[in-house]
Design a protein around this ligand. Sequence first.
Ligand SMILES: Cc1ncc(COP(=O)(O)O)c(C=O)c1O
Length: 527
Amino acid sequence: MEIYLDANATTPVLAQARAAALQAMADDFGNPSSMHSTGLKARALMAAARERVRRLLETGDGHVLFLSGATEGIQTAVLSALNALRERRATGDLLLYGATEHKAVPEAIRHWNRLLGLDLEVQKIPVGLDGRHDLAWLRQHAPRAALVCTMAANNETGVISDLAGIEAALAGSAAYWLVDGVQALGKLPLRLAQTRIDYAPFSGHKLYAPKGIGLLYVRAGAPFTPLMTGGGQEGALRSGTENMSGIAALGAVLEALEAGETFRDRATMRAYRDRLAASLSAAFSGLLFNAPQDICLPTTLNFSVPGLASRLLQDLFDAAGVRVSGGSACSAAAAEPSFVLRAMGLPAWQCESALRLSFGPLADVGFIDEACRRIAACGEALRRHGLSASGAPCEALPQTECPDAPRLQAQQWDGFMRDHPHTIVVDVREPFEQAMGSALQLAGVVVQAVPLSRLLEVSASWLAPGQASRPLVFVCRSGNRSAQAAQCLRRLGHSQAYTLAGGLALWPEQAGQQHSAAAPADPALMV
Ligand SMILES: Cc1ncc(COP(=O)(O)O)c(C=O)c1O
């Protein structure tokens, strides 16, 4: 069973939401703008979903728009506020956003500031070591501010903003206020009309609705400029035929939220988080949490372990079937340290080692029990097998020109093995990852275990006369390390080294389900 602990990235779709979406696609498929009965039914469904939003978010007489997600909501809000400035319906010459905002916010500000020809000064609101906005700084800059963007809760750390404190700091300022509510939906009470918040975007897929459906709250009287014009849907505030299956699914999630039976309450979520935190601390010595838990969402933990890079910990968790996320934006080749943690002023090692573990309010005690059990197993695997990883083996080789190693797709596997029955398959994951699932049998082929960091020690045996004609296929979790290994062997002169494209993550039968005894290439190599 996969233990999915990356709910801040996205969630699966709730069963009731799936059923509602299917119903909206198969039976109640009408266009809400049509005047016949099929259309009227769709319109009623949409109106009911909107009413639920109104009740749950206490939106008063503000507008609630359905749109594609928070990114579109943020664009619309920023465009609206900046266009009011351009038309001199608003004042101020400073655009402010929290230093830990999701990238969608600063990018939207820069984009529309440039496109509308405003060229106003843009500044980050600093945050303290606890991840919260520096309210003294904000008070000082508020008189000049035209737009202030702050999030309700941070996606990486779970830090909950002091919205009351921000509102107080904005007293007397004419600034419009955007609050990104994405990570708060279903986890924090939001009474929007009781605040001076002008715009609040949300995304359905962070709370068990599908991707591609979101919400934007706009305070009554706040300036508005449509991002999309056309058929005049959504009261001409957002044209384009509505995403009815998404709206139906989101409506079903909100119905479950309102009924209060499907999702865990805050106290239960906090108790679950505390259990996960205790398991992590017991499993990894020296582990530090990167934000104070008493001001964080009850569903998010962000932590670092001294001496363990984020990537390495992710590999370990992944091998145990636990899906977590680096606290950093990772590209395939390089992991960027988290800008959120850097903005908080955490030491470099903590930013580079950060891992985020997040669950949703659908989690139950069985799920948390299993997650804790696997966290303990990860700690145990690390203790037993230690760390042998230290840089890529190819770096030690002369950098000769060498074409990329060919990639073997999972679908080609059987044919390849039939044509090359003497192929050697090598799992280059680290021993502690291999220990989580033991040795692999990929479609009947036994796999040797040689961690990437020990590759050069074993490579001579694969290059020996009589052996060099046997194809070598390297595998790992995602296909990155196996590509390095295959490249390395090609540089060393082995002309038939391949990598399994996409790694074990894309293997049709999940590798983690095939546990059997380990088969190291040479027992002396296993640390
Ligand atoms: C805090 C926050 N804001 C905005 C977004 C953007 O949401 P979407 O990609 O659904 O538009 C995300 C998504 O990760 C988020 O976590």
